[in-house]
Ligand binder design. Sequence first.
Ligand code: B12
Length: 310
Amino acid sequence: MADHRILGASRLAGLTPDTIRKWESRYGAINPRRDVRGIRRYSEADINRLRELRSATDLGYPIGEAALLKPEELSALLRANSAPAPTFRTGLRSRRPDSFTRAVLSGLRRYDGEQVDRMLAAASHLLTPTEFVFDVMSPLFHDIGEAWRKGTMEIGQEHLFSAVARSLLGNLIRRYATAKDAPSLLFTTPAGEPHEFGILLAAMLAASQSTRVHYLGPNMPNASIVRSAADVKADVVVVGAVRSRSRAGLRRTVTALATALPERTELWLGGRAAQAAVTHRTHVQRFSTLREFYEGLIREFNAGVTVLSP
Ligand code: B12
């Protein structure tokens, strides 16, 4: 069957020539052959792919994401979504979390921060908050941290991912709507504890459950934590502890913090070193994993309804 020039392809696919060119140059969505004069020639398969990409974007998928799908994946996606368009955070079953993690890692290998950002943003839109945290962000942080530690990934790539992830998670946390009387949770780590991604993910889970989140980042002296907790009327201070080098030091810090916080404020400890920080004060809870923390949130605040501001 004869190939088509761009005008014919445009008519058959229902897209403007300009869009077709952009989808090719920006997203690598198709790769038409060129004839001897360098003019693009679109095969039936190219036109079919353009039609399917158009349908995917009509359904609400960003072109940058749809363009990454292989032809059979794109067809399967359209079959699964032939009914209504996805709405924000419906947790689309056909969007497999591992397709996002693969796309993020491939962007990261090329230092393509824009792709990393786009894929993470798409995952945050198309998956539920818990799927996003447990199935995309947590495995990515883990795998990238390990790859960096083993030397199979450059420190620059780990930093690129961390910068994009920190900014995206920060924005997401601020976008959740909270009621005025929602429980107030403050997130930080003690002085000398630089590992912040556990508290960042925990903060995202808490925000998705309509609590009021105050994310203050890592490495805060006890006195500052106590003052900030008073300022924001914290119901809970959530402290992350990943390093376990000095158990005694951590225990001292945590006990001092627990004592200095007012009675109304609970202290929640999270992270792999949290168990080491034994303290006998009441109103202290420990969560080794993010899942336990999430269950704790639901249990304590009877949360469950996710409200997003537009
Ligand atoms: C990235 C990283 C760093 C970064 C942190 C950047 C940042 N802004 O967070 C930097 C470069 C700062 C760093 C520094 C150090 N690090 Co470091 N780091 C890592 C690494 C590679 C990844 C950690 C990470 O972010 N993982 C992703 C997060 C999401 O997972 P996570 O931290 O494991 O937390 C999980 C749970 O613990 C829990 N969790 C964690 N926090 C919280 C909080 C709450 C509230 C809850 C509910 C749950 C929770 O949920 C998470 C998901 O399951 C790990 C190795 C690894 N692969 O884990 C080492 C690691 C954590 N680092 C380690 C160490 C020793 C250090 C250093 C002391 C020295 C060093 N050898 O590098 C310094 C600290 C120096 C200092 N200033 O004090 C050790 C800790 C060992 C230990 N048990 O004590 C590890 C395990 C590496 C190792 N095997 O030696 N590190």
